[in-house]
Design a protein around this ligand. Sequence first.
Ligand SMILES: [Zn+2]
Ligand SMILES: [Zn+2]
Length: 319
Amino acid sequence: MNQATTILDASQPQRPARTVFSSAAFHRIQLRHFILFDVLPALGTLAAFVSLRWLPLHVTDIVLFSVFWLATGLGLTVGYHRYFSHRAFTAARPVAYLLLVLGLMAARGPMISWVAMHRRHHELSDRDGDMHSPNLHGETLSGRMRGFIHAHLTWMIRHDYPNVARYVPDLLRNRDLMRLNRSYYFWVAFGLALPALIGGLVQWRWQGALTGFLWGGVVRIFVVEQTMSAINSLCHLVGTKAFARGDQSRNNVWLGFVTWGEAHHNNHHAFSNSAAFGLRWHELDPGFWFIRSLGILGLVWDIKLPQETKIISERRPGT
Ligand SMILES: [Zn+2]
Ligand SMILES: [Zn+2]
């Protein structure tokens, strides 16, 4: 594959010095996003469980939840995270755009903002300026609790906005990517409407559309949101530290499968450009399985992996 088939420009001009912006306009957008895609899905999930009495779960709802959970989760971990943030592999254009659309449907924010915040997280992990570290609120039990709640949820209500010209110049240069990124709200709405439509058609009744919307849309958004938040909170607080990198990132092997591989978070901080987050056979990593499958099909290539000797030499004893 030649360069013309890829969408990311590898050249890196000098970075602007300003790191973050803070303004009332940004904070209004952040609050609105938090209410729409964190508070409402939580309330909607509660409503979905309460309504089970009148709207029993149909097998279609379980399938819709599972398929949309997996597709949008892969959009985040493979698309937003491993491809756009870390360039852990190179992708054919259609694959890159598909990953972007799936990530947008997850309702975790536009890709440009997500990647800028994430690159800043790696730059300052667990130090001043890391927007969602759970470790900057003191060593006491109450400090730890406040840190957890901050990292898991409340940081999203109001935070500094990273200077995208500094953090994501490679992405800003791509007009098609930017145009798609701007249609964020359309794709979130599409991700809610599609399971409703499928549920209604399969069951051929309005009730099917409603439960498809709830389980394939609202509950799925809530579960994906909680999963990604747990990487910020739990995976910087508890778990195994296989590699010492000066931050508090941890591995939680037992969460590997349900987080699409994201819970091997200490591995990821240690080898951030690696396409694989699971580095041992029992560190389940569905995100990497997906990348490897795309690689076999010739749809992605240049899949980056750390050298085995480096992994062995840098692994902390007993981990
Ligand atoms: Zn982290
Ligand atoms: Zn990362």
